[in-house]
Design a protein. Structure first.
Lengths: 502, 168
């Protein structure tokens, strides 16, 4: 009798598993010693089809655990969309109805076309296209600089598609050193934190309940610290938001439901075709594109590290053999680029990126992308149509607390963690300095050029970079951003080069 | 042709002993490649790796072992056996922590691997306020290296590490 070597037997079984379908390899959870083993097994047998139809039952299943990322993602995105639209509304002088209706547009379009259809059915290896948290503090600057959301979306979508087709994302990762990246994140986190705390205190003062802001913040500092201590930071948006609602209501802060169930206007011409309706900006012209260009360059430069962070985190949480369910960075970039242009064409103002408030809980819950994506998409549609939940997310205590604990404080901490060595602190400090002088686009592009040429920061790193990575790309990025900012008058004290912007 | 040997010495501490050894080596155009000398309670002990022309090796060894009051032993250094090498691509992903690259380098060195190219990146997971680490290595390793052990050693470094050998 022939006894095969155990290693060979393992390889044979593995090869056999490669040939069998998910349906054939699926085993009920009752056959496993515990739930974790079952979820691990599910992750190792799935074979998502890229840009082909994936079906529940045949290619994936729904499990209770899918509700974890679906709920966390729905709460997170509703708050973030509300924050983006509120910032745009403040910048362009639009009212609260605009905010609610525009959030509804984003929730519906992105949920149906991109969350459910793209990541759920057509390519479960593309992570969901969500919101680009680090860009939220820049929304006000975009509006003030004369930027146009549609111009920004077209530029960002175009750059993203070029990167995904040319696989240029890995080059972008090399370009920004850790000191510069850390400084940029720390600056965005710090300015966002300060702005939200000020907004909350100001709101409480206007409502004649000044003490509410302090108590809400105090309780959330303790809650946030506790969640960090027990390693459950990803629960901070839902838990801290609930805490903010309860405390603010108990202390007498005024709140009322205003939004009735309904559907938003999905006609692009309503949003962009006139200066009387929607955004009241009309279609973008060349000046709008010039003003939006520096922000589009920064947003796309931050995409690759954002995507790769999610991908590595997912891999660290999944069993080692679960290679086929890991998010594909290029597919995610393609989906985000298309979603950016299509979502904004329908009227939405969101700036997209890989959806972290979905991916992080999904990875922790050991669930793949599609099941949770479909549930999340359905929840987003329900929220958008019902309308009432958005009254809560745009309520100042909830919005400020959710942004503080879910976006800006983690951003600040991540930035500080990136800067560990003395050589990196120098680049980070100069990036923060330059960002404060003009804006983060100026800070990033200038310090990247200096850092990559060894003039600041890690001189050894500069020696490892090619001429293109040292001078050509950072030099071009800086020149384009600088000229565009000078043209529209973003340089402090310097009149705009283009007379129309003066 | 150069020859290398190890001189192990022990004896009473005396001023100028080390200078004497160095002068004798220098006179024969030899060099010390590595040395460790310790002094304790009036005694001196040391170990020195010497490189010298083959023709000068024997006279130098004789001179060094004939120094009065010094107990000296010569050990020949065998030239390293030629080892067949192959190339490997290794990726390591982990939760970021200080000193992690150093720890990886130590493990690779202990396995006889030399790093031809290394690219390390840290990515912020902004939702969690922390960073993750990814490194890609091009390695030259002995052909008989135990790849499974190498991966296992790397994955024991952190609470969460995924190491993969991509190609040979």
């Amino acid at each position: 009798m022939h006894n095969s070597h155990p290693h060979e037997a393992g390889e044979d079984a593995s090869n056999l598993n490669q040939e069998k379908s998910y349906q054939e390899l699926h085993r009920p959870s009752s056959e496993f010693a515990n739930r974790s083993d079952y979820l691990d097994h599910e992750l190792t047998i799935m074979k998502p089809r890229r840009w082909k139809l994936n079906l529940p039952g045949r290619d994936f299943r729904f499990e209770w655990e899918d509700l974890v990322p679906a709920l966390a993602g729905t709460i997170g995105i509703t708050v973030m969309y509300s924050a983006v639209m509120s910032s745009y509304a403040a910048g362009y002088g639009l009212d609260a109805n605009f905010v609610i209706e525009n959030v509804r547009v984003e929730m519906l379009v992105s949920a149906i076309l991109f969350v459910i259809l793209t990541s759920g059915f057509l390519n479960p290896r593309a992570n969901l296209a969500g919101n680009h948290g680090p860009m939220i503090p820049l929304i006000g600057m975009i509006a003030m600089a004369g930027g146009h959301p549609l111009a920004l979306a077209i530029l960002l979508g175009g750059f993203g598609l070029i990167l995904s087709i040319t696989k240029g994302g890995s080059r972008l990762v090399k370009l920004t050193g850790e000191g510069v990246a850390g400084g940029l994140l720390a600056y965005l986190g710090l300015t966002g934190t300060a702005s939200q705390i000020n907004s909350l205190i100001e709101w409480a003062g206007e409502m004649n309940v000044g003490y509410v802001a302090f108590v809400v913040l105090l309780v959330n500092i303790v809650l946030y610290a506790y969640l960090a201590r027990i390693g459950k930071r990803w629960l901070s948006i839902p838990l801290c938001s609930v805490a903010a609602v309860i405390i603010a209501l108990l202390l007498g802060a005024p709140f009322e439901f205003k939004t009735a169930p309904g559907l938003p206007n999905l006609n692009p011409m309503y949003w962009w075709g006139s200066t009387e309706t929607g955004w009241k900006l009309g279609l973008p012209n060349m000046q709008h594109f010039i003003a939006s260009l520096p922000f589009a360059i920064l947003a796309v430069a931050m995409w690759s590290p954002d995507f790769l962070g999610h991908r590595v985190f997912q891999e660290l949480n999944y069993p080692k053999k679960a290679k086929k369910v890991l998010m594909d960075v290029d597919d995610t970039m393609t989906a985000c680029s298309i979603r950016q242009v299509v979502g904004t064409a329908f009227g939405g103002g969101n700036i997209t990126s890989s959806w972290g408030t979905y991916m992080i809980p999904a990875a922790i819950a050991k669930r793949p992308i599609p099941g949770g994506a479909i549930l999340l998409g359905i929840m987003c549609v329900v929220v958008a149509v019902a309308g009432y939940p958005m009254d809560i997310t745009v309520w100042r205590p909830v919005m400020s607390v959710a942004l503080l604990v879910g976006v800006f404080l983690p951003l600040l901490e991540a930035g500080m963690q990136m800067v560990k060595d003395t050589k990196d602190t120098q680049s980070a400090g100069i990036c923060i300095f330059a960002s404060a002088v003009v804006n983060p686009v100026f800070g990033w592009s200038l310090t990247m050029l200096l850092d990559n040429n060894g003039l600041i920061g890690d001189k050894d790193r500069a020696k490892t970079l090619s001429f293109t990575d040292k001078l050509i790309i950072p030099g071009l990025a800086f020149c384009i951003c600088f000229i565009a900012m000078a043209a529209v008058g973003m340089l402090p004290g310097v009149p705009a080069l283009v007379p129309a912007f003066r | 042709m150069k020859k290398r040997f190890i001189l192990t010495l022990m004896g009473p501490e005396s001023p100028g002993l080390i200078r004497l050894l160095a002068e004798k080596t220098h006179a024969r155009q030899g060099v010390w490649l590595k040395s460790k000398i310790s002094h304790l309670e009036g005694q001196c002990a040391g170990i020195i790796k010497v490189e010298v022309d083959e023709g000068q090796a024997e006279p130098l060894q004789t001179e060094l072992t004939n120094i009065t009051d010094l107990y000296a032993v010569i050990s020949e250094v065998q030239p390293p056996l030629p080892v067949d090498i192959k190339r490997l691509q290794l990726t390591v992903e982990a939760d970021d922590r200080p000193g992690f690259i150093n720890d990886i380098s130590n493990i690779l060195e202990s396995c006889g691997a030399s790093i031809s190219n290394m690219e390390c990146h840290r990515f912020a997971v902004t939702e969690l306020g922390r960073s993750v680490f990814k490194a890609d290595f091009n390695l030259k390793v002995p052909t008989d290296i135990d790849q499974d052990s190498l991966v296992a050693e790397l994955e024991a470094l952190n609470v969460r590490v995924v190491a993969n050998i991509l190609a040979e």
